[in-house]
Design a protein around this ligand. Structure first.
Ligand code: PMP
Length: 391
Protein backbone atom coordinates (compact mmCIF):
# COMPACT_ATOMS: atom_id res chain seq x y z
CA UNK A 1 0.00 0.00 0.00
CA UNK A 2 0.96 3.65 -0.45
CA UNK A 3 -0.70 5.60 2.41
CA UNK A 4 -1.46 9.20 1.46
CA UNK A 5 -0.79 8.60 -2.22
CA UNK A 6 -2.99 8.69 -5.27
CA UNK A 7 -3.78 5.08 -6.23
CA UNK A 8 -2.87 3.81 -9.68
CA UNK A 9 -5.62 2.36 -11.83
CA UNK A 10 -5.30 -1.20 -10.48
CA UNK A 11 -5.69 -0.39 -6.78
CA UNK A 12 -8.25 1.28 -4.52
CA UNK A 13 -8.95 1.79 -0.80
CA UNK A 14 -7.50 4.32 1.65
CA UNK A 15 -3.92 3.05 1.28
CA UNK A 16 -4.23 1.73 -2.29
CA UNK A 17 -3.88 -1.88 -1.15
CA UNK A 18 -7.13 -3.28 -2.62
CA UNK A 19 -6.52 -4.91 -6.01
CA UNK A 20 -9.07 -4.23 -8.74
CA UNK A 21 -9.47 -7.56 -10.56
CA UNK A 22 -8.50 -7.93 -14.25
CA UNK A 23 -7.42 -4.33 -14.69
CA UNK A 24 -4.90 -3.41 -17.39
CA UNK A 25 -1.29 -2.60 -16.43
CA UNK A 26 -0.64 1.06 -17.31
CA UNK A 27 2.92 1.38 -18.60
CA UNK A 28 2.32 4.25 -20.98
CA UNK A 29 3.45 7.48 -19.32
CA UNK A 30 6.87 8.60 -18.05
CA UNK A 31 5.80 9.62 -14.54
CA UNK A 32 8.95 9.08 -12.42
CA UNK A 33 7.25 7.79 -9.25
CA UNK A 34 9.91 5.11 -8.68
CA UNK A 35 11.66 7.71 -6.50
CA UNK A 36 8.67 8.42 -4.24
CA UNK A 37 9.83 5.91 -1.56
CA UNK A 38 13.21 7.68 -1.39
CA UNK A 39 11.57 11.03 -0.63
CA UNK A 40 9.25 9.39 1.92
CA UNK A 41 12.37 8.25 3.74
CA UNK A 42 13.64 11.85 3.67
CA UNK A 43 10.30 13.55 4.25
CA UNK A 44 11.39 16.00 6.97
CA UNK A 45 14.83 16.79 5.54
CA UNK A 46 13.39 17.58 2.11
CA UNK A 47 10.42 19.69 3.25
CA UNK A 48 10.23 23.41 2.39
CA UNK A 49 8.04 26.04 4.00
CA UNK A 50 7.74 29.65 2.91
CA UNK A 51 5.71 32.49 4.39
CA UNK A 52 3.18 34.62 2.56
CA UNK A 53 5.59 37.53 2.19
CA UNK A 54 8.38 35.48 0.74
CA UNK A 55 9.54 35.81 -2.89
CA UNK A 56 6.88 38.21 -4.14
CA UNK A 57 9.14 39.91 -6.65
CA UNK A 58 9.62 39.06 -10.29
CA UNK A 59 13.28 39.82 -9.87
CA UNK A 60 16.09 37.85 -8.25
CA UNK A 61 19.50 39.10 -7.15
CA UNK A 62 21.01 38.21 -10.52
CA UNK A 63 18.34 40.32 -12.24
CA UNK A 64 17.45 37.42 -14.54
CA UNK A 65 14.65 35.72 -12.58
CA UNK A 66 17.09 33.01 -11.58
CA UNK A 67 18.27 31.98 -8.10
CA UNK A 68 22.05 32.45 -7.79
CA UNK A 69 22.19 29.79 -5.06
CA UNK A 70 20.30 27.24 -7.19
CA UNK A 71 22.65 27.97 -10.10
CA UNK A 72 25.63 27.12 -7.90
CA UNK A 73 24.03 23.93 -6.45
CA UNK A 74 23.24 22.62 -9.96
CA UNK A 75 26.88 23.15 -10.94
CA UNK A 76 28.01 21.40 -7.73
CA UNK A 77 25.77 18.41 -8.48
CA UNK A 78 27.11 18.00 -12.04
CA UNK A 79 30.69 18.17 -10.75
CA UNK A 80 29.99 15.64 -7.98
CA UNK A 81 28.17 13.20 -10.29
CA UNK A 82 30.61 13.70 -13.18
CA UNK A 83 27.87 13.73 -15.81
CA UNK A 84 28.47 17.17 -17.37
CA UNK A 85 31.19 19.79 -17.77
CA UNK A 86 29.76 23.03 -16.35
CA UNK A 87 32.69 25.41 -15.94
CA UNK A 88 32.50 26.94 -19.42
CA UNK A 89 28.68 26.94 -19.67
CA UNK A 90 25.81 29.36 -19.11
CA UNK A 91 22.80 28.04 -17.23
CA UNK A 92 19.25 28.71 -18.47
CA UNK A 93 16.27 27.69 -16.29
CA UNK A 94 12.94 26.59 -17.74
CA UNK A 95 9.50 25.44 -16.57
CA UNK A 96 10.46 21.81 -17.08
CA UNK A 97 12.84 20.95 -19.88
CA UNK A 98 9.73 20.96 -22.09
CA UNK A 99 9.85 24.75 -21.92
CA UNK A 100 13.47 24.80 -23.04
CA UNK A 101 13.01 22.62 -26.12
CA UNK A 102 11.65 25.44 -28.25
CA UNK A 103 13.72 28.08 -26.41
CA UNK A 104 16.84 26.32 -27.73
CA UNK A 105 15.47 25.80 -31.24
CA UNK A 106 14.74 29.54 -31.32
CA UNK A 107 18.17 30.38 -29.88
CA UNK A 108 20.01 28.28 -32.48
CA UNK A 109 18.03 29.58 -35.48
CA UNK A 110 19.21 32.43 -37.71
CA UNK A 111 18.58 35.76 -36.04
CA UNK A 112 15.70 38.02 -37.09
CA UNK A 113 13.79 37.85 -40.35
CA UNK A 114 16.87 37.90 -42.51
CA UNK A 115 15.54 36.90 -45.92
CA UNK A 116 19.01 35.83 -47.02
CA UNK A 117 19.21 32.91 -44.61
CA UNK A 118 16.72 30.08 -45.10
CA UNK A 119 14.96 28.70 -41.99
CA UNK A 120 16.97 26.17 -39.99
CA UNK A 121 15.92 22.56 -40.49
CA UNK A 122 15.02 20.84 -37.24
CA UNK A 123 15.53 17.06 -37.34
CA UNK A 124 15.90 13.99 -35.11
CA UNK A 125 16.82 10.32 -35.52
CA UNK A 126 14.25 7.53 -35.37
CA UNK A 127 13.11 6.55 -32.75
CA UNK A 128 12.95 10.06 -31.32
CA UNK A 129 11.09 11.71 -28.40
CA UNK A 130 7.77 12.81 -29.95
CA UNK A 131 7.66 16.25 -28.34
CA UNK A 132 10.59 17.53 -30.43
CA UNK A 133 8.40 17.37 -33.51
CA UNK A 134 5.05 18.33 -31.95
CA UNK A 135 6.55 21.45 -30.33
CA UNK A 136 8.60 22.51 -33.34
CA UNK A 137 5.59 22.10 -35.60
CA UNK A 138 3.36 24.04 -33.20
CA UNK A 139 5.77 26.98 -33.11
CA UNK A 140 6.90 26.63 -36.75
CA UNK A 141 8.18 30.07 -37.65
CA UNK A 142 10.17 31.88 -40.27
CA UNK A 143 13.53 30.98 -38.69
CA UNK A 144 13.09 27.22 -38.41
CA UNK A 145 10.82 24.36 -39.42
CA UNK A 146 10.48 20.68 -38.60
CA UNK A 147 12.26 18.89 -41.43
CA UNK A 148 11.82 15.22 -40.68
CA UNK A 149 14.32 12.64 -39.60
CA UNK A 150 18.08 12.51 -40.02
CA UNK A 151 17.96 9.54 -42.41
CA UNK A 152 16.66 11.89 -45.14
CA UNK A 153 19.61 14.29 -44.69
CA UNK A 154 22.53 12.01 -43.84
CA UNK A 155 23.66 12.21 -47.48
CA UNK A 156 25.25 15.69 -47.61
CA UNK A 157 24.57 16.20 -51.31
CA UNK A 158 20.83 16.52 -50.72
CA UNK A 159 21.37 19.56 -48.51
CA UNK A 160 21.24 23.24 -49.34
CA UNK A 161 24.66 24.43 -48.06
CA UNK A 162 23.13 27.70 -46.78
CA UNK A 163 20.60 25.88 -44.59
CA UNK A 164 21.54 25.29 -40.97
CA UNK A 165 20.47 22.13 -39.15
CA UNK A 166 19.29 21.84 -35.57
CA UNK A 167 19.45 18.20 -34.53
CA UNK A 168 17.74 16.81 -31.46
CA UNK A 169 19.76 14.06 -29.81
CA UNK A 170 18.51 12.23 -26.72
CA UNK A 171 21.08 10.39 -24.65
CA UNK A 172 20.07 8.04 -23.14
CA UNK A 173 17.32 7.94 -25.74
CA UNK A 174 13.61 7.99 -25.06
CA UNK A 175 12.20 5.45 -26.09
CA UNK A 176 15.04 2.90 -26.47
CA UNK A 177 17.27 4.00 -23.53
CA UNK A 178 20.61 3.73 -25.39
CA UNK A 179 23.29 6.45 -25.57
CA UNK A 180 23.17 8.49 -28.79
CA UNK A 181 25.36 11.05 -30.58
CA UNK A 182 24.58 13.55 -33.34
CA UNK A 183 24.22 11.99 -36.79
CA UNK A 184 24.48 15.00 -39.13
CA UNK A 185 27.93 16.53 -39.58
CA UNK A 186 27.93 20.28 -38.95
CA UNK A 187 24.51 20.44 -37.28
CA UNK A 188 23.81 22.42 -34.09
CA UNK A 189 22.83 19.66 -31.70
CA UNK A 190 20.47 20.03 -28.75
CA UNK A 191 21.54 17.08 -26.60
CA UNK A 192 18.77 16.11 -24.22
CA UNK A 193 20.32 14.45 -21.15
CA UNK A 194 17.07 14.04 -19.19
CA UNK A 195 18.09 10.46 -18.36
CA UNK A 196 21.87 10.98 -18.05
CA UNK A 197 22.03 10.25 -14.32
CA UNK A 198 23.61 7.18 -12.67
CA UNK A 199 20.32 5.56 -11.61
CA UNK A 200 19.13 5.38 -15.26
CA UNK A 201 22.36 4.79 -17.22
CA UNK A 202 26.07 4.20 -16.77
CA UNK A 203 28.05 7.48 -16.97
CA UNK A 204 31.09 6.87 -19.27
CA UNK A 205 32.33 10.50 -19.08
CA UNK A 206 31.07 14.01 -18.32
CA UNK A 207 28.92 15.25 -21.21
CA UNK A 208 30.40 18.32 -22.87
CA UNK A 209 28.23 19.31 -25.83
CA UNK A 210 27.54 22.93 -26.83
CA UNK A 211 23.87 22.77 -25.81
CA UNK A 212 22.62 20.28 -23.21
CA UNK A 213 19.25 19.80 -21.52
CA UNK A 214 18.54 18.42 -18.02
CA UNK A 215 15.43 18.11 -15.84
CA UNK A 216 14.53 17.37 -12.22
CA UNK A 217 11.74 15.13 -13.55
CA UNK A 218 14.07 12.18 -14.13
CA UNK A 219 16.85 13.23 -11.71
CA UNK A 220 14.88 13.41 -8.47
CA UNK A 221 11.37 12.45 -9.66
CA UNK A 222 9.99 15.98 -9.17
CA UNK A 223 8.14 16.11 -12.49
CA UNK A 224 5.27 18.13 -11.03
CA UNK A 225 7.58 20.95 -9.91
CA UNK A 226 8.21 21.72 -13.61
CA UNK A 227 11.91 22.53 -13.53
CA UNK A 228 14.58 22.00 -16.17
CA UNK A 229 17.85 23.62 -17.16
CA UNK A 230 20.06 24.03 -20.19
CA UNK A 231 23.85 24.18 -20.18
CA UNK A 232 24.96 26.36 -23.08
CA UNK A 233 28.54 27.15 -24.04
CA UNK A 234 27.97 30.07 -26.41
CA UNK A 235 27.01 33.34 -24.72
CA UNK A 236 24.86 34.60 -27.57
CA UNK A 237 22.85 31.37 -27.77
CA UNK A 238 22.35 31.46 -23.98
CA UNK A 239 21.21 35.10 -24.18
CA UNK A 240 18.65 34.31 -26.87
CA UNK A 241 17.32 31.31 -24.90
CA UNK A 242 16.99 33.49 -21.78
CA UNK A 243 15.12 36.12 -23.75
CA UNK A 244 12.71 33.43 -25.01
CA UNK A 245 12.09 32.33 -21.40
CA UNK A 246 11.57 35.92 -20.29
CA UNK A 247 9.15 36.59 -23.13
CA UNK A 248 7.14 33.42 -22.53
CA UNK A 249 6.98 33.19 -18.69
CA UNK A 250 9.11 35.98 -17.15
CA UNK A 251 11.27 33.28 -15.58
CA UNK A 252 10.56 30.04 -13.74
CA UNK A 253 8.46 29.96 -10.56
CA UNK A 254 10.32 31.17 -7.47
CA UNK A 255 8.60 28.55 -5.29
CA UNK A 256 9.80 25.85 -7.66
CA UNK A 257 13.34 27.20 -7.50
CA UNK A 258 13.25 27.12 -3.69
CA UNK A 259 11.91 23.58 -3.64
CA UNK A 260 14.47 22.33 -6.15
CA UNK A 261 17.23 24.02 -4.15
CA UNK A 262 16.19 22.00 -1.08
CA UNK A 263 15.95 18.77 -3.05
CA UNK A 264 19.42 19.24 -4.55
CA UNK A 265 20.90 19.96 -1.13
CA UNK A 266 19.51 16.68 0.22
CA UNK A 267 20.82 14.79 -2.82
CA UNK A 268 24.27 16.36 -2.48
CA UNK A 269 24.49 15.74 1.27
CA UNK A 270 23.84 12.01 0.71
CA UNK A 271 26.00 11.31 -2.36
CA UNK A 272 28.08 8.12 -1.98
CA UNK A 273 26.57 7.52 1.47
CA UNK A 274 24.10 4.80 2.40
CA UNK A 275 21.21 7.10 1.39
CA UNK A 276 22.62 7.98 -2.04
CA UNK A 277 19.62 8.67 -4.32
CA UNK A 278 21.43 7.20 -7.34
CA UNK A 279 22.27 3.98 -5.48
CA UNK A 280 18.63 3.77 -4.37
CA UNK A 281 17.25 4.48 -7.85
CA UNK A 282 19.77 2.16 -9.48
CA UNK A 283 18.78 -0.76 -7.22
CA UNK A 284 15.09 -0.25 -8.06
CA UNK A 285 15.61 0.16 -11.80
CA UNK A 286 18.22 -2.58 -12.31
CA UNK A 287 16.05 -5.04 -10.42
CA UNK A 288 13.01 -4.13 -12.57
CA UNK A 289 15.04 -4.61 -15.76
CA UNK A 290 16.45 -7.94 -14.54
CA UNK A 291 12.98 -9.28 -13.66
CA UNK A 292 11.42 -8.09 -16.91
CA UNK A 293 14.26 -9.63 -18.94
CA UNK A 294 14.00 -12.95 -17.13
CA UNK A 295 10.38 -13.21 -18.32
CA UNK A 296 10.83 -11.81 -21.84
CA UNK A 297 13.88 -13.99 -22.52
CA UNK A 298 11.50 -17.00 -22.49
CA UNK A 299 9.49 -15.42 -25.31
CA UNK A 300 9.83 -15.75 -29.07
CA UNK A 301 6.91 -13.36 -29.55
CA UNK A 302 8.41 -10.17 -28.08
CA UNK A 303 11.96 -8.95 -27.51
CA UNK A 304 13.60 -6.00 -25.71
CA UNK A 305 16.51 -3.75 -26.62
CA UNK A 306 19.88 -5.41 -25.89
CA UNK A 307 21.75 -3.69 -23.07
CA UNK A 308 25.15 -5.01 -21.93
CA UNK A 309 26.63 -4.30 -18.46
CA UNK A 310 28.81 -1.16 -18.64
CA UNK A 311 31.44 0.60 -16.56
CA UNK A 312 30.08 3.64 -14.69
CA UNK A 313 32.44 6.39 -13.53
CA UNK A 314 30.04 7.44 -10.78
CA UNK A 315 29.80 4.04 -9.09
CA UNK A 316 33.34 3.10 -10.11
CA UNK A 317 32.33 -0.34 -11.26
CA UNK A 318 30.64 -2.29 -14.02
CA UNK A 319 26.87 -2.05 -13.67
CA UNK A 320 23.92 -4.04 -14.93
CA UNK A 321 21.56 -1.94 -17.09
CA UNK A 322 18.83 0.14 -15.38
CA UNK A 323 16.89 1.79 -18.25
CA UNK A 324 13.83 4.02 -17.81
CA UNK A 325 11.98 2.35 -20.70
CA UNK A 326 11.72 -1.07 -22.29
CA UNK A 327 11.55 -0.83 -26.07
CA UNK A 328 9.48 -3.82 -27.13
CA UNK A 329 9.54 -5.39 -30.58
CA UNK A 330 6.83 -7.82 -31.68
CA UNK A 331 8.55 -10.61 -33.58
CA UNK A 332 5.64 -12.70 -34.84
CA UNK A 333 4.43 -11.76 -38.30
CA UNK A 334 0.78 -11.60 -37.27
CA UNK A 335 1.54 -9.06 -34.50
CA UNK A 336 2.02 -6.14 -36.88
CA UNK A 337 0.64 -3.66 -34.33
CA UNK A 338 2.65 -4.34 -31.18
CA UNK A 339 0.73 -1.78 -29.12
CA UNK A 340 -2.56 -3.60 -29.94
CA UNK A 341 -0.99 -6.98 -29.22
CA UNK A 342 0.03 -5.85 -25.71
CA UNK A 343 -3.28 -4.06 -25.13
CA UNK A 344 -5.14 -7.31 -25.85
CA UNK A 345 -2.98 -8.84 -23.10
CA UNK A 346 -4.01 -6.10 -20.63
CA UNK A 347 -0.90 -3.92 -21.01
CA UNK A 348 -1.14 -0.28 -22.00
CA UNK A 349 2.05 0.99 -23.69
CA UNK A 350 3.14 3.86 -25.96
CA UNK A 351 3.08 2.89 -29.63
CA UNK A 352 6.27 3.28 -31.68
CA UNK A 353 4.35 5.25 -34.30
CA UNK A 354 4.77 8.41 -32.15
CA UNK A 355 8.56 8.02 -32.58
CA UNK A 356 8.22 7.21 -36.33
CA UNK A 357 9.56 3.76 -35.45
CA UNK A 358 6.49 1.98 -36.82
CA UNK A 359 3.87 -0.30 -35.31
CA UNK A 360 6.28 -3.21 -34.72
CA UNK A 361 7.60 -1.34 -31.67
CA UNK A 362 6.05 -0.06 -28.49
CA UNK A 363 7.44 1.48 -25.28
CA UNK A 364 6.89 0.30 -21.70
CA UNK A 365 7.61 2.74 -18.88
CA UNK A 366 9.59 1.18 -16.02
CA UNK A 367 9.87 4.34 -13.87
CA UNK A 368 6.38 4.38 -12.38
CA UNK A 369 5.35 3.05 -8.93
CA UNK A 370 6.23 -0.44 -7.71
CA UNK A 371 2.52 -1.35 -7.98
CA UNK A 372 2.54 -0.30 -11.63
CA UNK A 373 5.63 -2.36 -12.31
CA UNK A 374 4.30 -5.41 -10.45
CA UNK A 375 1.10 -5.28 -12.52
CA UNK A 376 3.14 -5.01 -15.70
CA UNK A 377 5.29 -7.99 -14.76
CA UNK A 378 2.23 -10.05 -13.91
CA UNK A 379 0.56 -9.29 -17.27
CA UNK A 380 3.78 -9.91 -19.24
CA UNK A 381 4.28 -13.22 -17.45
CA UNK A 382 0.73 -14.31 -18.38
CA UNK A 383 1.36 -13.17 -21.95
CA UNK A 384 4.62 -15.13 -22.29
CA UNK A 385 3.18 -18.20 -20.55
CA UNK A 386 0.29 -18.21 -23.03
CA UNK A 387 2.64 -18.32 -26.03
CA UNK A 388 2.94 -22.07 -26.29
CA UNK A 389 -0.85 -22.34 -26.52
CA UNK A 390 -1.33 -19.29 -28.73
CA UNK A 391 0.41 -20.48 -31.84
N1 PMP B 1 13.10 15.23 -22.76
C1 PMP B 1 12.89 13.91 -22.69
C2 PMP B 1 13.79 13.00 -23.47
C3 PMP B 1 11.84 13.40 -21.92
O1 PMP B 1 11.64 12.07 -21.89
C4 PMP B 1 10.99 14.29 -21.22
C5 PMP B 1 9.84 13.83 -20.37
N2 PMP B 1 9.44 12.55 -20.48
C6 PMP B 1 11.25 15.67 -21.33
C7 PMP B 1 12.31 16.10 -22.09
C8 PMP B 1 10.40 16.70 -20.66
O2 PMP B 1 10.56 16.66 -19.29
P1 PMP B 1 10.16 17.85 -18.31
O3 PMP B 1 9.43 18.91 -19.09
O4 PMP B 1 9.32 17.22 -17.25
O5 PMP B 1 11.45 18.39 -17.76
Amino acid sequence: GRPGCECNSCFSGPDCSVRIPNCAADSQGGDPLFLEPYWKRHAAASAVVFSGWHRLSYITTDGHFKSVELDSQIRRLHRAVGNAVVDDKYLVFGTGSTHLINALVYALSPEGNNAASPPASVVATVPYFAMYKSQTVMFDGREYRWDGTTAAWANNSSRNPARGFIEFVTSPNNPDSTLHEPVLAGSSAIVDHAYYWPHLTHIPAPADEEVMLFTTSKLSGHAGSRFGWALVRDEKVARRAISYIEESTVGTSRETQLRVLKILKVILANLHGKEDIFAFGYDVMSSRWRRLNAVVSRSTRISLQKMPPQYCTYFNRIKEPSPAYAWVKCEWEEDDDCYETLLAAGINSLTGTVNEAGTRYTRLSLIKTQDDFDMLLERITEFVDAEKHGR
